[in-house]
Design a protein around this ligand. Structure first.
Ligand code: HEM
Length: 347
C-alpha cells in the first residue's frame, strides 16, 4: 500500500504542471481560432454554406463578391474557403505572398488517384516540384523534343484528311478535336503507333475524371467518411487498380525494350524519358540538380499530362473554331496565311 502511495506521489506534481499547460494551449488555440475571417455569408451549424455549393461558379462568386467585397469567406462543412476577386487582393495572393498560397488543395479522390501527390500538379511547392518542373522544361517538353514529335503532324494530317473526306457534311468539331488531342497525347506518352489499348485507357481516364469531380461529403465533413453513400471508396480503389494494371505493363515493356535494345536517340517517348530518372526510392537534390523518380511518380506524371493536355487543348481549338465561324473577316485572314494566334489576338 505504502509503495502504491509513493508511486502516486509524483502524480499531483505532474498534474500541477500539465493542467495549466493544457489550459494555456487551449486558450492559445481559442484565441487563434477567434482571429476574424473575412466577411461572408452566414452559414448553418456543421454544413456551413454548403447550400451555396452549386453557385460556386465564376458568375456565382462574382455575385457574392459584389455583396461581400474583393475577399470573402465561405465555410463548406469544416472546410474554410476564401474567394479573392479584387485586383489588389489577387496581387497579394498571386504575387506578393504567393509562396504561402502556392500549394493546391487536394480532395480525397485527388490524393488517392495521384498516389498521394506523387505527380507535379498536386505536389507541394518545394524541391521535388522545382526539380520536376525543370525536368519538364529541359527534357519532356523541350523545343527539341517537340520538334521530334512526328506523332503531332501525323495525327493532324489524319484529322484534316477525315474532314476533307466529309466535305459538304456536318462535322462535330468538338468530338473531332478531342479525339485528335487524345491521340497526340497518347502517342507522346506511350509512343505506341497503333491505338492498341487506347480504348481501355480512355475508359480509365473517364472514370478518373468522374471521380475527380464527384462530390464527396468526406472532403467537407471528415467524420461522415464512413457513410460513403455513393460507394466512392470502392470506385477509387478499382480505378487506381485499373490504371496500375495498364501503366505497369507499359513501364515493364519500356524497361525490357531498353534492356534488349538500349535507348535510340530521337526515338524515345515520355515513359522512356521518365525512366531515365527511375529509382526504387524518390530522391531530390537541388545542389547537384538531381532527381530520382519512383514508379508512382512516373504513373502520376503521365496522368497529369493526359489530363492536362487533352481537354484543355481540345477546348481551346474548339473555341478558336467557333470564333472564326462567327467572324468571316478573321477566317479570311487565317485562310490568307496569317497565324491564328495573331488573328484572335490571344495573349
Ligand atoms: C490550351 C491548353 C492549356 C490550358 C488552357 C492549360 C491550363 C492550365 C492552368 C490554368 C494550369 C494551372 C497553372 C497554375 O496554377 O499556375 C495548368 C497547369 C498544368 N498544366 Fe496546363 N493547360 C493547357 C495545356 C497543357 C498541356 C498540353 C499539358 C501537358 C502536355 C499541360 C499540363 C499541365 C501540368 C502538368 C500542369 C501543372 C503545372 C505545375 O504544377 O506547375 N497543360 N494548365
Amino acid at each position: 500500500m505504502d509503495s502504491l502511495l509513493q508511486a502516486l506521489q509524483p502524480l499531483p506534481m505532474t498534474l500541477l504542471f500539465t493542467i495549466p499547460l493544457l489550459f494555456l494551449l487551449g486558450l492559445v488555440f481559442r484565441t487563434r481560432r477567434r482571429l476574424p475571417y473575412p466577411p461572408g455569408p452566414k452559414g448553418l451549424p456543421i454544413i456551413g454554406n454548403m447550400s451555396l455549393v452549386d453557385q460556386l461558379t465564376h458568375r456565382g462568386l462574382a455575385k457574392l463578391a459584389k455583396q461581400f467585397g474583393g475577399i470573402f469567406h465561405l465555410r463548406i462543412g469544416y472546410l474554410h474557403m476564401v474567394a479573392v476577386s479584387s485586383p489588389d487582393m489577387a496581387r497579394q495572393v498571386l504575387q506578393f505572398q504567393d509562396n504561402i498560397f502556392s500549394n493546391r488543395p487536394a480532395t480525397i479522390a485527388i490524393s488517392y488517384l495521384t498516389y498521394d501527390r506523387a505527380d507535379m500538379a498536386f505536389a507541394h511547392y518545394g524541391p521535388f516540384w522545382r526539380q520536376m518542373r525543370k525536368l519538364c522544361v529541359m527534357k519532356l517538353f523541350s523545343r527539341k523534343r517537340a520538334e521530334s514529335w512526328e506523332s503531332v503532324r501525323d495525327e493532324v494530317d489524319s484529322t484534316v484528311r477525315d474532314v476533307a473526306a466529309n466535305t459538304g457534311k456536318a462535322v462535330n468539331i468538338g468530338e473531332l478535336v478531342f479525339s485528335l488531342t487524345r491521340n497526340i497525347i497518347y502517342r507522346a506518352a506511350f509512343g505506341s503507333l497503333s491505338h492498341d489499348g487506347q480504348d481501355e485507357f480512355i475508359g480509365i481516364l473517364q472514370e478518373f475524371s468522374k471521380l475527380f469531380g464527384a462530390f464527396n461529403i468526406a472532403d467537407f465533413i471528415p467524420w461522415l467518411g464512413w457513410a460513403d453513400p455513393q460507394g466512392l471508396n470502392a470506385r477509387l480503389e478499382k480505378a487506381r487498380r485499373s490504371l496500375d494494371g495498364f501503366i505497369d505493363h507499359i513501364i515493364d515493356d519500356h524497361i525490357n525494350k531498353k534492356k534488349n535494345h538500349g535507348v535510340v536517340e530521337g526515338d524515345t517517348d515520355m515513359v522512356d524519358d521518365l525512366l531515365a530518372f527511375y529509382s526504387e526510392e524518390a530522391k531530390v537534390n537541388e545542389s547537384d540538380d538531381s532527381i530520382k523518380l519512383t514508379r508512382d511518380n512516373i504513373k502520376a506524371i503521365i496522368m497529369d499530362v493526359m489530363f492536362g493536355g487533352t481537354e484543355t487543348v481540345a477546348s481551346a481549338i474548339e473555341w478558336a473554331m467557333a470564333e472564326l465561324m462567327k467572324s468571316p473577316e478573321d477566317l479570311k485572314k487565317c485562310e490568307d496565311g496569317r497565324p491564328l494566334f495573331d488573328t484572335l489576338q490571344c495573349g
